[in-house]
Ligand binder design. Structure first.
Ligand SMILES: Nc1ncnc2c1ncn2[C@@H]1O[C@H](COP(=O)(O)OP(=O)(O)OP(=O)(O)O)[C@@H](O)[C@H]1O
Length: 658
């Protein structure tokens, strides 16, 4: 077993040493090879071969539809049952435009993709603000509606039987000649393979663009949306726009699958596009690995092959021969059973489980080295000379900010001035309004009253993605990380590219993108080193200890190069050594000019690192001044430490000693 794990590790290490350009070229070569292997048995052109090629085409169509669905359901976390409807749209629009209407294939295809993308935008405008079951229901209604229309709308041919789009045969040969090269000869004219060549060519292009997109900063932004809208917004992502774009691309890919179907089957009937087909596409995503880049493609190959091949008929025959003539599972039943078992055994899908396995092996082998030993010297030592660094200018000005939740005044006309290059502590008992104040500054809440100025610019009421672009980043009371991604990927998500990279730049992945990704990787590693997590760069964030998860969140916040950083209880859950490390990091960041608001219950940390402190109670400011002034203020003692005041000189607080 050890030998095996070392092999896994060394393969992975060798793979990571290959340059990204080479890796992408290898991926492309692998796709082309798979296509050749798939198409080879069909090259003789007889009847059996056509059935084989239709199977390959169907797999290709379901694959592109499934990876498209993965963008929305796997990455953005919106489970859609509407992908079959997009597939049907693609098939019918293409059928009517090209196969029936005679529009050249290479013109009809982009028009179809555009129509499907617009349908996706339309759906997103209505549904993208929904989450969970409500969203899924809307997409289910779409799938049912499209199927109903296909079945019952006479124009589509239901009155006269199914619309067979090849009834009016058109001369595809002349229409599809591009630069003297014929892409699509007549469907049943003996060169059926070249239809498949077009289909596979488009599949390869779609998969390469999709892979580029999902592995880019754009893809990271979509994963952030899947984690939580709030987190994505605080990483600079315009959440709604990003969802709409994801829908458009996903729907176009669904439509492309339908185009393949129309090209290869040349006969459309509504039954092929019922809601169960949508479920099949979703199953392909889940079985292959929802949220993994290539899992859905693997899932699509397996699901379609199982459904269409005769492999399962033997099992049905065996049941009938040896068990019962009446009670046996036919192909759909066996597929259902296999899928249910697979979902229980491999909840992260085939590729998700495999990559978790590889990651675990690699971590076990490459992190035998203990993390750099931490110097747990007294936290009090950090206080030396801190306040001298504070400058006179304000990095952040909060003036009379107020927030009500119904009858509750959570933040009551709060003023706070954060001097440049200083740390301003915000303390107060539970429910005092500290996190609400942080949310008002970062844009998570809109103030009912008051003004927030960042470097002199009024940012009150702006969305978090706008605020972060002005130079304000934050961490959360409970660390918000992408638990399935590595520490390195988490930090990369913090760079401004996450919110700003356009999808087409990401999909095309020109040379500049390779350079930029390499730069981001180096900068992310430098940030990990800074917070003491370099050794954990390839460890998944979900398996990090609490203290390290908090440090990782700080590294990610620093990636946006903020002028002001808000830390919401960064010491909560840390052991004393980790608190010392945190204090050291904060003072180091301050000496580099970063201004910070430190919302904290840990009084030792507050008195050691802050330059000024504001104490809140019941939404209002009750004291402000230097740490020693505020921590010895009698009002503060009363409201914050209450009953302990008279019984102790040194009162134990939640996080430390005062
Ligand atoms: N979104 C919300 N909707 C309704 N009430 C809220 C909301 N956010 C905060 N509150 C309420 O506002 C008050 C202040 O909460 P807040 O979380 O800001 O306090 P806090 O000082 O950060 O407390 P803690 O130290 O426990 O985190 C609480 O009474 C809380 O229940």
């Amino acid at each position: 077993m050890t030998q095996f794990s070392i092999t896994v590790t060394s393969i992975r290490e060798r793979w990571s040493r290959i340059s990204p350009q080479r890796r992408d070229a290898l991926f492309l070569a692998l796709l082309v090879l798979i296509c050749f292997v798939a198409i080879a048995p069909g090259l003789d052109g007889d009847g059996t071969a056509i059935a084989h090629m239709q199977l390959i085409g169907l797999i290709a169509g379901t694959t592109v539809a499934a990876v498209g669905l993965n963008l929305v359901s796997g990455f953005a976390g919106l489970i859609s049952l509407g992908q079959g409807a997009m597939y049907a749209m693609g098939a019918y629009v293409f059928g009517y435009l090209s196969l029936k209407g005679g529009l050249p294939v290479l013109i009809a295809i982009p028009i179809c993709l555009l129509v499907c993308a617009l349908l996706g935008v339309f759906l997103a405008l209505g549904a993208a603000r929904l989450r969970g079951p409500q969203f899924t229901m809307v997409t289910l209604v779409l799938a049912v509606l499209v199927h109903k229309v296909l079945v019952e709308w006479p124009v589509l041919g239901a009155a006269s039987g199914y619309p067979n789009v090849l009834q009016h045969e058109t001369g595809l040969l002349s229409d599809a000649t591009v630069l003297g090269f014929t892409f699509v000869p007549p469907l049943y004219g003996g060169q059926f393979a070249s239809v498949l060549v077009l289909v596979l060519l488009l599949t390869v292009v779609a998969l390469v663009l999709y892979r580029n997109l999902s592995r880019s900063a754009w893809g990271r932004s979509l994963r952030a949306v899947g984690e939580s809208d709030m987190l994505a917004s605080h990483l600079g992502v315009h959440v709604f726009r990003r969802k709409v774009a994801a829908f458009a691309i996903s729907s176009a890919l669904g439509g492309l699958g339908g185009i393949f179907y129309a090209l290869l089957f040349a006969h459309l009937q509504p039954e092929s596009f019922d809601v169960f087909f949508s479920i099949t596409i979703l199953l392909a995503v889940i079985l292959g690995g929802s949220g993994t880049v290539m899992g859905p493609a693997v899932g699509a190959v397996i699901v379609v092959w199982l459904e269409r091949s005769e492999a399962l008929e033997g099992i049905t025959r065996l049941q009938r021969d040896y068990l019962s003539e009446q009670w046996y599972l036919s192909t759909p039943g066996i597929i259902g059973l296999i899928l249910v078992i697979a979902l229980f055994v491999l909840p992260r899908g085939i590729i998700g489980t495999a990559s978790d396995f590889v990651a675990k092996r690699t971590q076990r082998d490459s992190h035998g080295v203990p993390p750099g030993s931490l110097d747990a010297s007294s936290i009090a030592g950090l206080a030396t000379g801190t306040s001298a660094r504070a400058q006179a200018t304000a990095a952040l000005d909060v003036i009379g900010v107020t927030k009500r939740f119904g009858g509750l005044l959570a933040v009551d006309h709060v003023d706070l001035r954060l001097q440049e290059g200083s740390i301003h502590g915000v303390i107060g008992p539970n429910g005092a309004g500290k996190s609400s104040l942080a949310n008002l500054i970062s844009g998570a809440y809109r103030p009912d009253d008051g003004v927030v100025r960042l470097g002199g610019v009024d940012i009150s009421g702006r969305r978090p993605d706008q605020v972060i672009r002005q130079g304000l980043a934050r961490t959360f009371q409970t660390p918000q990380l992408f638990s399935g991604a590595t520490a390195l990927e988490n930090v990369k998500a913090g760079f401004a590219d996450t919110g700003q990279l356009s999808w087409w730049t990401a999909a095309l992945k020109l040379r500049s993108q390779y350079r930029r990704e390499a730069e981001l990787e180096q900068m992310a590693l430098a940030l990990l080193r800074r917070v003491g997590l370099l050794e954990e760069a390839q460890v998944s964030a979900g398996s990090l200890a609490y203290g390290k998860a908090r440090a990782l969140e700080i590294a990610r916040a620093l990636a946006s190069e903020p002028k002001v950083l808000i830390l919401d209880e960064p010491a909560a859950g840390l052991n004393s050594t980790e608190v010392v490390e945190l204090g050291r990091l904060l003072t180091e960041l301050r000496s580099n000019g970063l201004s910070m608001i430190l919302v904290e219950h840990h009084m030792d940390l507050i008195s050691a690192v802050t330059d000024e402190v504001t104490c809140m109670a019941q939404g209002a400011v009750i004291a402000r001044g230097t740490p020693s002034e505020v921590l010895s203020d009698s009002t503060v003692m009363d409201v914050y430490l209450g009953e302990h005041r008279h019984s102790h000189d040194h009162v134990a607080t939640e996080g430390g000693q005062l």
